[in-house]
Design a protein around this ligand. Structure first.
Ligand code: NDP
Ligand code: 5RP
Length: 480
């Protein structure tokens, strides 16, 4: 047990990319911040390079670190998710006192956070699983922060976290999301949407590159222009930057020199697994995760290059017009991805009793995070108008935008198919839209088949109850 008389307002342990920049963010905003890392070198490097930026208290051991903190102690853990996070939390907990607060700011799996919160609560500690987004730049200048955990912890922590978060229209991009794993759950879905956003941008790029045969620099310019319209967002902005980058070794566009095999650390996959468990059709995110998996199946792709694509047609004639159509298809598909992500958040909130307000997330995702976009203002307004919106696609603003875009969207998907350009996210989003608005779905036939082979029963459109047809007998229908 420590008898703390320390002076630091908060401690950060784990000083890699995220932790070191968040520690600097705290210090630059006038907070005294204790800093610690498993291996001392990162602590020393932070102090040597940035020590002048504010009031840091470097610590070599967990005991020194905790002694440096005011009580109740507040410690932000920024280490690798999984076993490393468990190890750090347990070491902290063994040396902390009742009422102290541990904040896990890593990309932890929300079910781990539920487990850890319960374990820490039993030990009298507060545990806050906080999703943090913004990468290196956001961590330093203002991330979007999604803290879960007990409401009481947020009363102690809120002002501190809000002070380092991004702000949009004077509002902090940080709010208490709900109990236990809710903060990490919404961060997971945020990352799933991030995957879908990037996949859609990639498909738009591929259409311009492969179907239209445009030079990379010109495509970059298109994205730059799109960033002053409805698609204005951080990811579209940095797409223009990446496409504009010239490789210094070869003089060619850098993107042509990067291996086309996308990595993933897990949050997209977790989103899809959770969507399957919750029964939410998060198809855009799933396609994005599978597209990364397919891209990284490099040996299989190498062998498959010999497969013939059949009679593909020539590129669209009017380039400018087709670029405008891609813009609309991208926007409509993006609305679908967000609609599905928000559906998943609503379903998760219901499943775990978290009472998450979707509009609050739209508010705190407007700044600081990777999916920040002007678009989120509209989502915020949509949920302010109707907090129980059945789907974002039914909010008047988005409904009108998607209905306006749908002809272009169909043309882009059909042109992609005819020219042999893969557009899994564009096309699955359009299919989702068509399925959602369909009068009748072929699920009726699925039910008939299930009843035929497995006596799984079906419901009728004209009366209540469950029914089974005696398929192997006289084919009469029984009420079961
Ligand atoms: N990078 C990004 O853009 C973002 C990352 N995140 C999440 O934030 C967290 C931190 O990310 P990032 O800064 O990239 O760092 P990394 O995920 O690369 O983690 C490195 C840090 O973890 C520490 N660590 C690893 N294993 C242990 C252990 N067993 N015990 C103690 N410390 C350990 C390392 O210490 P040592 O130096 O001693 O090896 C180092 O400080 C992760 O959960 C990540 O998913 C969230 C948003 C964005
Ligand atoms: O959380 C993040 C941004 O919000 C991280 O950058 C995350 O690592 C991105 O995921 P992946 O590495 O799977 O692309």
């Amino acid at each position: 047990m420590n008898d703390s008389t320390g002076r630091a307002h908060i401690g950060v342990t784990g000083l890699a990319v995220m932790g070191s920049n968040i520690a600097r963010n705290f210090a630059r905003r006038g907070h005294t911040v204790a800093v610690h890392n498993r291996s001392r070198a990162k602590t020393d490097a932070l102090i040597d390079t940035y020590g002048h930026e504010g009031d840091f208290v470097p610590a070599g051991t967990i005991e020194e670190f905790l002694d440096a903190l005011q009580t109740p102690r507040r410690v932000l853990v920024m280490v690798q998710a999984g076993a490393a996070t468990d190890a750090v939390i347990n070491e902290l907990a063994d040396n902390m006192d009742a009422g102290d607060i541990i904040i896990d700011g890593g990309n932890s799996l929300y079910t781990d956070t539920i487990r850890r919160e319960a374990a820490m609560r039993e030990r009298g500690l507060h545990f806050v699983g906080a999703g943090i987004s913004g990468g290196e730049e956001g961590a330093l200048n203002g991330p979007s922060i999604m803290p879960g955990g007990p409401a009481e912890s947020y009363r102690h922590l809120g002002p501190l976290l809000e002070s380092i978060s991004a702000h949009v229209d004077g509002e902090p991009c940080c709010t208490h999301v709900g109990p236990d794993g809710s903060g990490h759950f919404v961060k997971m879905v945020h990352n799933g949407i991030e995957y879908a956003d990037m996949q859609l941008i990639g498909e738009a790029f591929d259409l311009m590159r492969t179907a239209l045969g445009m030079p990379i620099a010109e495509i970059g310019e298109v994205f730059r222009q799109w960033n002053s319209g409805d698609l204005e967002s951080y990811l579209v902005e940095i797409t223009a930057e990446v496409l504009g980058q010239v490789d210094t070794r070869t003089g060619r566009p850098l993107v042509e020199m990067i291996v086309d095999s996308a990595g993933q650390k897990g949050t997209g996959r977790w989103t899809v697994k959770s969507a399957l468990d919750l029964g939410v059709p998060t198809t855009g995110i799933a396609e994005a995760v599978f597209a990364r998996a397919l891209s990284s199946a490099t040996d299989q792709r190498e062998r498959a290059r010999e497969l013939q694509g059949g009679a593909t047609t020539a590129a669209p004639v009017d380039t400018a017009e087709f670029i405008a159509a891609i813009n609309e298809a991208l926007y409509a598909s993006k609305v679908v991805a967000y609609a599905q992500g928000f559906d998943q958040i609503v379903a998760g909130s219901r499943e775990y009793g978290w009472d998450i307000a979707p509009g609050d997330l739209a508010t705190i995702w407007r700044g600081g995070c990777i999916i920040r976009a002007t678009f989120l203002d509209r989502i915020k307004e949509a949920y302010a108008e109707d907090p129980d919106l059945p789907s974002l696609l039914l909010a008047p603003y988005f409904r009108a935008a998607v209905e306006d875009a749908v002809d272009s969207w169909r043309r882009v998907v059909s042109t992609a198919t005819l020219t042999g350009v893969p557009v899994p996210a564009f096309s699955s989003s359009l299919s989702y839209y068509d399925a959602l608005r369909a009068e009748r779905l072929p699920a009726a036939l699925t039910q008939g088949l299930r009843d035929y082979f497995g006596a799984h029963t079906y419901r009728r459109v004209d009366m209540e109850g469950d029914f089974h047809t005696l398929w192997g007998g006289d084919r009469s229908e029984q009420r079961v």
